[in-house]
Design a protein around this ligand. Structure first.
Ligand code: PLP
Length: 397
């Protein structure tokens, strides 16, 4: 009998571990590594949110919270969803968890049984497939490359659905691509889903506030789909609150209750102080978030401009999130110093060792031929990174 459970053993290790380890080693040697591998805003949490947390401490809001979150916070989530998407939820349908990741894991573990199929469009955020694996579900990967703007088509969805399909995971705006589904595209997918009423949609909308001109839309806005959508969001990205660990779902009541049951046995409610900070974030001014988004947009535009003259790099201008996901496959087969680049992991490692820039290989997101560059870094750092990347790529022959 092995010590570790077969469920755990089936889960993959994070594909970025080798990269971050190497990155730390090089930094320890004194090298100036620019880190474009991070998935978090480099801004600090706005003052009014921090002040709400300080007040919560001084008010002794330090006792056990209700398992699904304080009613005030759940109501604030409903108000925000009404304002942003014009969708109506009762606060009983909202469950607050320790980050969007925890919310997603609760949903997957509450719904997915052994052998249930989950459609995961690739490139995907790394944790979806591991959560499904832990639940003993089967990942059905549907690939969408740069020529389809990294979005799956209704025909692809139809072809992937079987009687065993329980869930489709959608992530718009997307990590790692920044792509966003339009209302028409979601309607196209909904038309397929109407023929398959057993399929639920887990809609990860964690980047909904970080968009550049294109309006964020949700499958939950389609009236006859809403009862099959589990909308997942959180405070990490839009409010620069990654360390506070607050996420939430808004879902059909039965699913919300299931997640509360699971959470009640595993983690209980979220840190009280972070909950009061989150109420302030959701209810008070969005101005700091808008300013952050403006800065992200300026950086995105700068990166697109700086990368425009890199030969062989295929790039789309993403309307959301803070990542670029260029097609780098034209560099495969090229070499430098006796080392040949065969795939995105090789290229990512090469850019780290030769260019001193940390990126993430596309293969980590379930698709080959791309790398992810996060532009959640200062303009100086981004300029330095692109200069280094250009020099390193130019050496490959
Ligand atoms: C697509 C996506 N979903 C969910 C999360 C989880 O965010 P958190 O747990 O910080 O709320 C992330 C974080 O990187 C993400 O990129």
């Amino acid at each position: 009998m092995s010590l570790l459970s077969s469920r755990l053993m089936a889960m993959g290790e994070s594909a970025t571990i080798a990269m971050s380890q190497k990155s730390r080693e090089l930094q320890a040697q004194g090298l100036d590594i620019v880190n474009l591998s991070l998935g978090e805003p480099d801004f600090n949490t706005p003052e009014h949110i921090k002040n709400a947390a300080i007040k919560a401490i001084n008010d002794n809001m330090t006792h056990y919270p209700p398992v699904p979150g304080y009613p005030e916070l759940r109501k604030a989530v409903c108000e925000r969803l009404k304002k942003a998407l014009n969708v109506d939820y009762d606060f009983s349908q909202v469950v607050v968890s320790a980050g969007g990741k925890h919310s997603l894991a609760n949903v997957v573990l509450s719904i997915i049984d052994r052998g249930d199929e989950v459609i995961v469009p690739a490139p995907y955020w790394v944790s979806y497939v591991e959560m499904v694996t832990l639940a003993e579900g089967k990942n059905v990967i549907v690939s969408a490359g740069i020529d389809q703007d990294f979005k799956i088509t209704p025909a692809q969805l139809e072809a992937a659905i079987t009687p065993k399909t329980k869930m489709l995971i959608l992530n718009s705006p997307s990590n790692p691509t920044g792509s966003m589904y339009t209302a028409e595209e979601l309607e196209g997918l909904a038309a397929v889903l109407r023929r398959h009423p057993q399929v639920y949609v887990l809609s990860d909308e964690i980047y909904d506030m970080i968009t550049y001109g294109q309006e964020h839309v949700s499958m939950a806005q389609i009236p006859d789909m809403k009862d099959r959508v589990i909308l997942c969001n959180g405070l990490s990205k839009g409010y620069a609150m990654t360390g506070w660990r607050v996420g939430y779902i808004a879902a059909p009541l039965e699913i919300a209750k299931a997640c509360i049951k699971l959470q009640g046995q595993f983690t209980s409610g979220v840190n009280t102080i972070a909950e009061f900070a989150s109420i302030a974030a959701l209810r008070e001014s969005d101005e700091p978030s808008r300013k952050m988004t403006e800065q992200f947009k300026a950086r995105r535009d700068m990166m697109i401009e700086l990368l425009a003259d890199v030969p062989g790099l295929k790039l789309r201008v993403p309307p959301g999130a803070f990542y670029l996901f260029p097609d780098v496959s034209s560099y495969f087969g090229k070499s430098f110093g006796g080392k040949t680049i065969s795939n995105s992991m090789d290229l990512s490692m090469y850019l780290l060792t030769e260019g001193h820039v940390a990126t993430v290989s596309g293969s980590a997101f379930g698709i080959e031929g791309y790398i992810r560059l996060s532009y959640a870094a200062s303009e100086d750092k981004l300029r330095q990174a692109v200069g280094n990347i250009k020099r390193a790529l130019a050496q490959l022959k």
